[in-house]
Design a protein around this ligand. Structure first.
Ligand code: SF4
Length: 540
């Protein structure tokens, strides 16, 4: 029984299924396009970092070919480590049958005092503005110092991966002496961030090593019980990870069949209720929502949990919280939807103008750049969007008309408006940050996600793609989703060296236009009598 680092952050039931002989032939969901793209992007990022590092350390650089069979990769890695190679990329460490560990690490760096330090390369942010992180340059990775400009962004998964590598190095007698330490190179790939894995930085004063050891011991027990067909140590429970888990075709029907309480509650609340003897949706639905909760609830108020359970029993997507649904409306209305590509930039601001005549053409218009982000051309498209929006506001005000702009889940739009104002400060048409801030807080910028949350209980989630169909809206593109739009964007601008695919630009514009039409349809429906057809929660 050999487990890699992923098990310590993976669903326990998944670890069970991956080792249960009875599940070997069970149907599994194929890797979706989004996950495949993430994997490809991560691989490209790792290669890019490797090339950068190899450039700094030409004479000291060694790579273990990923194409080799595992045994040969292990042997090649070991030979390099015994030979005291300063930098080993792509190493696969000797499996440790005694502890049940196996695995590799992107980079092994020889320490001045002997032995190796593991460094992983990840495609997410690992620091935030601030100070106090221990960092080193890629040119001199082992010369770490306290960074005056960065603080560590807590990423527990990274530290647990490093702890796994440290334990493997220790088992092979190849770990650097001293406190267990490991490095991370993040999305920006500008520094190595070093973690003291024995520092009591985890909840309850625990260390990363202690947390890792406890989790690994647990997952090993789960896997062994599964492999020997003993009493299972892990049962399914719906969590966020289920959405992208290959085992959902097995767990989903089982959870529905057993009417498991996690179908309406996720994570810790479902665990806590089960521990209190409430394991089904029906048992939860039978409680009085006005009573005190049987256990403290972390994810949602107890009343909502009971009413959601009742909605689930009746297969209702939505129920009204209030007898009368209200949504802010205005004479002049603009629905806004921004498209961004990961952390790289915001490439499209789509707007739908409707309402009273203000001497401007109504309907949809897009402010886009098709140069791959990040690009200075983003400044042009953002400035055009801002100038247009400001013009709409001014014309409405000049005519004595009320104005409102709408989006769905304002966090992304707000973040990119503020970030664009910061990044392109001083460029033509770019507003001051304070001007953007004034707009965000002016009261006329309405987050429909917040309105939906206040007005409805949603048994299947509050995403626009889930809610807008209740208002009779549907998207032209059957594959429309934020995740898929990333792939379309990649093709639309020719990331990865392929020629830009113009049909994907059209697809993105259609998708964006549909999103703003969806928010408009949603608020028109919420303002209409039809919304009263949605059952009222307290009537259930
Ligand atoms: S579908 Fe959910 S419960 Fe089942 S193994 Fe995957 S993450 Fe775990």
């Amino acid at each position: 029984m050999l487990l890699d680092a992923a098990v310590v952050t993976r669903c326990r039931r998944r670890v069970h299924l991956e080792h249960d002989p009875a599940a070997a032939t069970a149907p599994r969901a194929a890797l979706d396009a989004t996950a495949a793209r993430r994997i490809a992007d991560a691989a490209a990022h790792r290669r890019c970092v490797a090339d950068q590092l190899a450039g700094y350390h030409t004479a000291d650089w060694a790579e273990v070919s990923p194409g080799l069979p595992a045994e040969q990769r292990c042997a090649a890695t070991l030979a390099l480590l015994i030979g005291r190679a300063p930098f080993v990329w792509g190493g696969l460490l000797l499996a440790d049958p005694q502890s049940g560990r196996r695995g590799g690490v992107e980079l092994l760096v020889r320490h001045r005092g002997g032995g190796y330090l593991p460094v992983i390369v990840v495609r997410h942010k690992v620091t935030d503005p601030g100070s106090g992180a221990r960092t080193s340059s890629l040119a001199q990775p082992t010369l770490a110092s306290t960074d005056p400009n960065r603080k560590v962004r807590p990423q527990s998964r990274d530290q647990l991966r490093l702890a796994h590598a440290v334990r493997l190095l220790q088992a092979a007698g190849l770990a650097a002496r001293g406190r267990p330490t490991g490095g991370v190179i993040g999305l920006e790939a500008d520094v190595v961030v070093w973690h003291d894995l024995d520092a009591p930085t985890w909840p309850g004063g625990r260390t990363a090593m202690a947390e890792y050891d406890a989790r690994f011991t647990d997952r090993l027990a789960v896997a062994r019980a599964a492999a020997t067909e003993a009493e299972p140590l892990a049962q399914p429970s719906r969590i966020t990870e289920c959405r992208s888990c290959p085992w959902w075709p097995l767990c989903g029907p089982a959870l529905r069949e057993s009417r498991d309480v996690s179908m309406v509650l996720r994570g810790e609340d479902a665990v806590a209720l089960r521990a209190a003897g409430l394991s089904t949706v029906d048992e939860l639905a039978a409680l009085d929502p006005a009573d005190e909760p049987p256990v403290p609830m972390a994810g949602m108020p107890f009343r909502d949990a009971v009413l959601l359970a009742r909605a689930w029993q009746r297969d209702l997507t939505l129920v009204r919280r209030n007898r009368r649904v209200t949504v802010p409306r205005a004479d002049v209305e603009v629905d806004v939807d921004m498209e961004s590509f990961d952390e790289s930039g915001a490439y499209l601001w789509g707007c739908l103008l409707s309402g009273s005549d203000i001497g401007m053409p109504g309907g949809y218009r897009a402010f886009a750049t098709w140069e791959p982000v990040p690009t200075l051309d983003e400044a042009r498209s953002f400035a055009q969007f801002w100038v247009w929006l400001t013009d709409v506001r001014c014309r409405a005000a000049a005519r004595g008309l009320s104005f409102a702009a709408y989006c769905y889940n304002e966090q992304a739009e707000n973040r990119w408006m503020l970030r664009s104002a910061q990044r392109f400060a001083g460029a033509p048409g770019i507003p001051a940050v304070a001007e953007v801030q004034e707009f965000i807080t002016c009261g006329h910028w309405v987050d429909l996600y917040g309105v939906v949350s206040a007005e409805f209980l949603c048994a299947h989630g509050k995403g626009l793609k889930t809610i807008a169909p209740a208002a009779g809206f549907s998207w032209h593109d059957p594959e429309a989703s934020g995740e898929n739009s990333m792939r379309w964007y990649s093709d639309a601008v020719g990331l990865g060296g392929a020629p830009p695919d113009l049909t994907q630009r059209t697809r993105l514009l259609t998708y964006n236009a549909d999103d703003v039409h969806a928010t408009r349809a949603l608020r028109l429906w919420m303002s209409s009598e039809q919304v009263n057809d949605v059952p009222y929660a307290s009537d259930l």
